[in-house]
Design a binder for this molecule. Structure first.
Ligand code: MG
Ligand code: MG
Length: 255
């Protein structure tokens, strides 16, 4: 299915969905500390989505049992929340989604648990920066490939393993719409981006090799070499100027 152009009413619904996701991230950021379980964070997001009058797009999706994906340390994406206890020095990628009036928001952030190593700090900082490089390339008139190209141009020279096979996507009436948006690519390939398109951009970078494998739970994607991995994602509206982040970080609240 070709990526759809949203009208103003639809965009407003996506903004509202995005804000629900952002508010969930605010509360998750406050809650993360040593001793908390990934299941605690899952319950917090479940309750927040309900409180804000939205519904979850993660829970039950292809049988997924959580309201968040919680991916710790060498886990890249799609970690199932549960009994795992967070420890000082861990990093945890929390991916959150919500639906408002039939439209979806989707945003992931990787958080430190207490004090983390210098390598882990660098990984978080650079993966976040790679996300904003990708977002900056998501402009009307650019090819879709400009997004992955921008992420790759930032991440590859810094020595990270860039995860392939998982990545961004169109988003709107469904969480995962065409096209797939890889985190590598040629800037002159793919469809031409237009005002009103909405996309989720989500680099995943590894401190080690790019190779991945899926655990026996059939969901959790980990690095094959057990190196640590980070994941940052925003839902973004393409405009004729700067892209609009529909899942803005509500900074100032998260302290
Ligand atoms: Mg996501
Ligand atoms: Mg996504």
């Amino acid at each position: 299915m070709a990526i759809t152009i949203k009208n103003e009413k639809e965009i407003e619904k996506m903004r509202r969905a995005g804000h629900v996701v952002s508010e969930c991230h605010v509360r998750v950021a406050r809650a993360i500390s040593p001793g908390v379980t990934t299941g605690d964070l899952n319950a917090l997001v479940r309750d927040t989505i309900k409180e804000l009058g939205a519904t979850s797009n993660f829970y039950g999706h292809q049988g997924f049992p959580g309201y968040i994906c919680a991916s710790v340390n060498d886990q890249i994406v799609h970690g199932i929340p549960g009994k795992r206890v967070l420890h000082e020095g861990d990093i945890i990628a929390v991916d959150i989604g919500a639906i408002v009036d039939g439209f979806h928001g989707d945003s992931a952030w990787t958080y430190p648990v207490g004090e983390i190593s210098a390598d882990a700090e660098r990984l978080l900082r650079d993966t976040e920066a790679a996300l904003y490089e990708g977002i900056a390339a998501a402009r009307a008139g650019n090819h879709l490939g400009a997004i992955g190209h921008a992420v790759e141009a930032y991440a590859a020279p810094r020595g990270y393993g860039i995860v392939k096979g998982y990545g961004g996507h169109g988003i709107g009436r469904q969480m995962w719409e065409e096209p797939h948006i890889p985190n590598v690519g040629d800037a002159d390939r793919g469809i031409i981006l237009r005002k009103g398109m909405t996309v989720a951009i989500e680099p995943m970078l590894n401190l080690g090799d790019e190779a991945t494998r899926v655990l026996g739970d059939q969901w959790t994607v980990v690095t094959a070499d057990r190196s640590w991995s980070a994941h940052f994602e925003h839902t973004v509206l393409i405009t004729n100027g700067d892209p609009e982040i529909l899942t803005p970080r509500l900074v100032g609240v998260v302290q």
